[in-house]
Design a protein around this ligand. Structure first.
Ligand code: SF4
Ligand code: SF4
Length: 436
C-alpha cells in the first residue's frame, strides 16, 4: 500500500524509549476513587446511586437520556462517600462520585455476547453504549454515535488509528503489542456494525514491535496493517485519512463525508471487552513518564484513581517537577493538583522537569511562515496571534479557526515563541460564547 503522508506536521523529540519496552503493570486500585460525571464529549450525567450506598465493581453509577452521552461505572466495589464538585483534569470542577474502595473486588453479573455475530447493528450499539465505551484516542467521543453515521452516508473504509504520535506516550503501543487479538476481534465487530469490508490499521514506524504483533494477529483476515512514516500529528483523524487514503476531509465536515470512520486501536479492544466479555470501561492503560519520575511505566489503572497514586507508584521526584501534564506534551493539559482523577480519555501522566519544558519568552513575529508550513489543517496560525491581540474574534473565525485541531505544531515550530496555542484556545472559547 502506498503511503501518501499529510501536509505540514513536525517531528518533536519522541521520548518514547523510556516506556516503550515496559510491559503493562496493574496498579492496585487506591482507597478513594473519584468518578467525574463528564468523561465524554456531550452532556454531563445524572447519578443513579446515593451517598452511603454500596456499589459493585462494574455497576452503572450515572447515566443520561441524552443522545451524546454514555454511562459511567464503578471501577471498584465500595461505598459511595460523596457526590460533589471536584477538580477535573480538563477544566475547573465537575460533579464527581467518590467511592471508598472496600477492597473486596466484588463484581456485578456481566452480560456477555461471545456469539456477537447473531446480534443486529442496533443491539451491538446498545451494548457498546451501555458499557460506557468512548473513543480512547483522547477525544472521548461516544463510540455508539461514531459507529452510527447517517443512513444516507456510505462508509467504505474503517481506519484504525494506532499512530500514537504524541511524544512520551506508549499506552496504545503496549496494547497493540500485548493484546493484538483483542483489537482484531474488536475490529471485526466494528466492521459488522458499519457493514464495511475494508479495514486498515495505521501505525507509525517508530513502533516496529506493534506493527509486527498486529500483522501476525491479522493473518487470515482481510484487515491490513500499514506502517506510517513518523510525523506529528498523524494521529489526527484528518491527517490519518490523508496519509493512508490520500483523501481530504472538507472544512467543517466529518470523516464520514469521504466515506471513512476512524477508531483508535485501543477503542477496538474496549469494544471487544464490552461485547464479548461484558466488561464496562472501568480501567485504562496510562503511560507515566517524564524526568521527574524515577521509574517510568505503563500502568493499567482503575478509572477514577487520582494521578497522585500513579506518580507515587513510579517514584515521583516532587522537588524536580516543573509541570504535571495529563496527556502528551503537545496536546495535554497542565494540572494544578495531583488529586485530579484518571478519566476514560487519559493516555498519559507526565511529570516534566524544567529541562524538558521550553520557557523562552515570546518575541515579535518575524514573518517566517513556518507556522503555516507546519499546520496540518492548512490554516494561518500567525493570523490568530495577531488578531487575538486586538480581540478580533470574528475575524479569527473567517480564518477557519474552528478547523484547528489544537495540535500545537505551529507553536512548537515558531522561532519567536509566539503564544499561538493560547491565542487559538482563547479565540475558540470566545467564539463559542458569542454563539450562545
Ligand atoms: S493552527 Fe491549529 S491545527 Fe494548525 S498547527 Fe496550529 S494548533 Fe495545529
Ligand atoms: S512561525 Fe512564528 S515567527 Fe514565523 S510567521 Fe509564524 S508566528 Fe511569525
Amino acid at each position: 500500500m502506498k503511503f501518501f503522508g499529510f501536509k505540514g506536521g513536525v517531528h518533536p523529540p519522541e521520548n518514547k524509549i523510556q516506556t516503550e519496552n515496559q510491559a503493562v503493570e496493574i496498579l492496585i486500585a487506591p482507597k478513594m476513587i473519584f468518578i467525574p460525571l463528564l468523561q465524554h464529549i456531550g452532556v454531563p450525567l445524572t447519578p443513579c446511586v446515593e451517598i452511603g450506598e454500596r456499589v459493585l465493581k462494574g455497576q452503572m453509577i450515572a447515566n443520561s437520556e441524552a443522545f451524546l452521552s454514555v454511562p459511567v461505572h464503578a471501577s471498584v466495589s465500595g461505598i459511595v462517600k460523596k457526590i460533589e464538585n471536584l477538580p477535573f483534569p480538563l477544566m475547573g470542577n465537575v460533579q464527581t462520585i467518590v467511592i471508598e474502595n472496600d477492597e473486596q473486588d466484588e463484581w456485578i453479573d456481566l452480560e456477555k455476547f461471545p456469539k456477537w455475530e447473531s446480534l443486529t447493528k442496533d443491539e451491538l450499539l446498545k451494548v457498546i453504549r451501555a458499557k460506557g465505551v468512548v473513543g480512547l484516542g483522547g477525544a472521548a467521543f461516544p463510540t455508539h454515535v461514531k459507529l452510527n453515521p447517517p443512513a444516507d452516508v456510505k462508509i467504505e473504509t474503517l481506519l484504525l488509528n494506532g499512530a500514537e504520535c504524541e511524544p512520551y506516550l506508549n499506552s496504545d503501543n503496549r496494547v497493540m503489542i500485548e493484546e493484538p487479538l483483542k483489537i482484531v476481534e474488536g475490529i471485526k465487530i466494528i466492521k459488522h456494525i458499519l457493514n464495511v469490508n475494508r479495514a486498515i490499521i495505521g501505525i507509525e514506524d517508530n513502533k516496529p514491535e506493534a506493527i509486527k504483533a498486529m500483522k501476525e494477529a491479522c493473518q487470515g483476515t482481510n484487515i491490513e496493517v500499514m506502517s506510517l512514516k513518523t510525523m506529528y500529528p498523524q494521529g489526527g483523524e484528518k491527517a490519518l485519512i490523508k496519509a493512508i487514503l490520500n483523501k481530504e476531509v472538507p472544512s467543517g465536515k466529518l470523516p464520514s463525508a469521504v466515506g471513512v470512520v476512524v477508531n483508535n486501536t485501543t477503542t477496538a479492544a474496549a469494544i471487544y471487552d464490552a461485547v464479548v466479555n461484558g466488561l464496562p470501561l472501568i480501567d485504562k492503560v496510562v503511560t507515566v513518564s517524564g524526568k521527574a519520575v524515577e521509574e517510568p511505566k505503563n500502568l493499567k489503572v482503575a478509572i477514577g484513581s487520582p494521578i497522585s497514586a500513579l506518580l507515587q507508584n513510579c517514584r515521583y521526584k516532587e522537588d524536580e517537577v516543573e509541570k504535571i501534564v495529563m496527556g502528551g506534551p503537545m496536546m495535554g493539559m497542565a494540572q494544578l493538583t495531583l488529586e485530579v482523577p484518571v478519566i476514560k480519555g487519559t493516555s498519559g501522566v507526565l511529570a516534566l522537569t524544567k529541562q524538558e519544558i521550553n520557557y523562552c519568552k515570546p518575541k515579535s513575529c518575524i514573518g517566517c511562515g513556518k507556522c503555516i508550513d507546519a499546520c496540518p489543517m492548512s490554516l494561518e496560525p500567525v493570523m490568530y496571534a495577531r488578531l487575538a491581540e486586538f480581540s478580533q474574534w470574528e475575524e479569527m473565525a473567517k480564518y477557519h479557526l474552528m478547523d484547528c485541531i489544537e495540535c500545537g505544531s505551529c507553536a512548537y515550530i515558531c522561532p519567536a515563541n509566539r503564544p499561538l496555542t493560547e491565542a487559538i484556545k482563547i479565540g475558540k472559547a470566545k467564539l463559542r460564547t458569542m454563539k450562545k
